[in-house]
Design a protein around this ligand. Structure first.
Ligand code: CNA
Length: 383
C-alpha cells in the first residue's frame, strides 16, 4: 500500500506532498496557498502516515458516493441494487455471547474479568504458549467451561448461514473458537477460523492429531490430554498468542478481499491483530457495516483528524461507506433479514435448528440413562 520511495523524494525537496502532482493539483478548495487537503497531506507525510495510493483513492472517494445514505437502509439498498454476491462477514466473540459464551473484554462478564480464580500472572497468560507449556491446567479448566457442544448457535450465526444458502456470502472470517459456525451449518469452504478451532487438536511434541471427541473425554474428566504416542500434551488447535495463524487465513485473505462487495463486521472489539486490520483490505469504494454493542475499529485521535491510517471511518464528513449499528448482534441481523424480506425465514430456521439440537441432546441423555440402567441391572446379583 505505502510508497516509501515517493515519500522520500518529496521529503528531500521539502515540498508539500502532492503539491505539484497532477493527481492533486486540481484540488478546488485551495484558497490561500495551502488548502486544507494539502495541509492534511503535509502533516501526514511529516508524521510518516502518508500513502500515495491513498491520495488517489481518497480523491476518488470524495467524488464517489458509495451509499445513498450512510445507514442500515443505505446498506440494504446497496445489497439490492448491486446484487451482492461476494459479501464477507468478519466475526468476534460478540456473536456468541447470546448463546451463553462470555466474550473477552465486556466489563463484568468478559473472560478477562473472570480469570482471577486461575491465579494467572496476567489474563492473557491463559492463551500464551509459554505459560501453557509450564502449566496447562488453567487453560483446560477454562476449556471445560467453554467447551463446544454445550451451546446453540445464535440468530446471528443462522443469518450468516442464510447468506451462504442464498448465494450472497463469499467467506465468513471468524475469531471464534467455539465452532458454532460449523454447528450452524456454515460449510468448511465458506469458513475461515482465523484463531483456529477446538475441532481438532495436536500433540505439542510429536504433532499427532486428535479429534474433538477424544480431547473432550479427557478434559471433562479433569485430565490433561496426554498423547498416546509420547508424553506430550495435546492442545486443541486454537491459536495462542505467539503462534502463527492458520495457512487458510493467509491464503484466503489474498484471494477474497479484493473481490469483496460488502463487508459486515459482527460482535468484535477489533482489538486483536492481524484480524482487525482485515477491514482495510476491502477496496475503498466498498461499504463496511459494523454491528456491535460499542463503536470499534475506528480511527481516533490525530489519525482521524488527518483522515489517514487504517480503520473504520464513521465520523468524517466525507464518509459515504462506513455504517455503525449499535446494539445486539442478533437484533442487528434480524433487522437486516427483515429489511431483506427474509425475517420469517430466519426465525423459522433458528427454531427448527434449535429444536433439532435439543432433540439430539435429549436422545443422547436417554441413551446414557438407558446404558446406565443396563449397567446397574447387571450389578444386581442373580438369585
Ligand atoms: P472481545 O474483544 O471480547 O470483543 C467482543 C465485542 O463484542 C465487544 O466489542 C463487545 O461489546 C461486543 N459484544 C459482546 N456481546 C455482544 C452482543 N451480544 N451483540 C453485539 N456486540 C456484542 O472479542 P473479539 O472477538 O473482538 O476478540 C478476539 C478474541 C476473542 C479472539 O482471540 C477469540 O478467540 C476470543 N474469544 C472467542 C470466544 C468464542 O469463541 N466464542 C469467546 C471469548 C473470546
Amino acid at each position: 500500500m505505502s510508497s516509501p520511495e515517493k515519500s522520500k523524494d518529496d521529503k528531500k525537496e521539502d515540498k508539500i506532498p502532492g503539491e505539484s502532482s497532477p493527481r492533486t493539483s486540481g484540488s478546488s478548495d485551495s484558497t490561500a496557498g495551502m488548502s486544507m487537503e494539502h495541509l492534511r497531506r503535509y502533516l501526514a507525510e511529516k508524521l510518516g502516515f502518508y500513502d500515495d495510493d491513498d491520495a488517489v483513492t481518497e480523491d476518488e472517494t470524495e467524488k464517489v458516493k458509495v451509499l445513498d445514505e450512510v445507514t442500515v437502509d443505505g446498506i440494504i439498498n446497496y445489497i439490492k441494487n448491486k446484487n451482492c454476491k461476494n459479501i464477507i462477514t468478519m466475526a468476534g466473540a460478540g456473536i456468541s455471547t447470546s448463546a451463553g459464551i462470555p466474550d473477552f473484554r465486556s466489563p463484568g462478564t468478559g473472560l478477562y474479568h473472570n480469570l482471577k480464580k486461575y491465579n494467572l500472572p496476567n489474563p492473557q497468560a491463559i492463551f500464551e504458549l509459554d505459560f501453557f507449556q509450564d502449566n496447562p491446567r488453567p487453560f483446560f479448566e477454562l476449556a471445560k467451561e467453554l467447551y463446544p457442544g454445550s451451546f446453540k448457535p445464535t440468530v446471528c450465526h443462522y443469518f450468516i448461514k442464510m447468506l451462504v444458502d442464498k448465494g450472497y456470502l463469499l467467506r465468513h472470517y471468524t475469531q471464534n473458537i467455539d465452532t458454532l459456525e460449523r454447528v450452524a451449518g456454515i460449510p468448511d469452504d465458506k469458513l475461515v477460523e482465523a484463531h483456529g478451532t477446538f475441532h481438532t487438536g495436536h500433540c505439542l511434541q510429536c504433532r499427532k492429531e486428535y479429534t474433538q471427541e477424544w480431547m473432550k473425554e479427557r478434559i471433562f474428566k479433569d485430565d490433561i490430554p496426554i498423547c498416546e504416542s509420547c508424553p506430550g500434551v495435546v492442545k486443541p488447535d486454537i491459536v495462542f498468542f505467539g503462534e502463527n495463524l492458520p495457512n487458510k487465513f493467509h491464503k484466503s485473505l489474498l484471494v477474497d478481499f479484493g473481490k469483496c462487495d460488502l463487508l459486515i463486521i459482527l460482535g468484535s472489539s477489533l482489538a486483536v491483530q492481524p484480524f482487525a486490520s482485515l477491514v482495510d483490505r476491502v477496496p475503498s469504494n466498498i461499504p463496511r457495516l459494523l454491528i456491535n454493542r460499542e463503536k470499534a475499529g475506528h480511527r481516533t485521535g490525530i489519525m482521524a483528524m488527518l483522515g489517514v491510517g487504517g480503520g473504520l471511518d464513521f465520523d468524517s464528513k466525507d464518509n459515504t461507506r462506513d455504517v455503525l449499528w449499535l446494539g445486539e448482534c442478533d437484533e442487528g441481523c434480524q433487522l437486516l433479514a427483515d429489511k431483506l424480506g427474509w425475517g420469517d425465514e430466519l426465525k423459522e430456521l433458528c427454531k427448527k435448528e434449535h429444536d433439532r439440537i435439543d432433540k439430539v441432546k435429549d436422545d443422547e441423555t436417554d441413551e446414557t440413562t438407558a446404558s446406565k440402567k443396563e449397567v446397574d441391572a447387571s450389578k444386581v446379583p442373580k438369585l
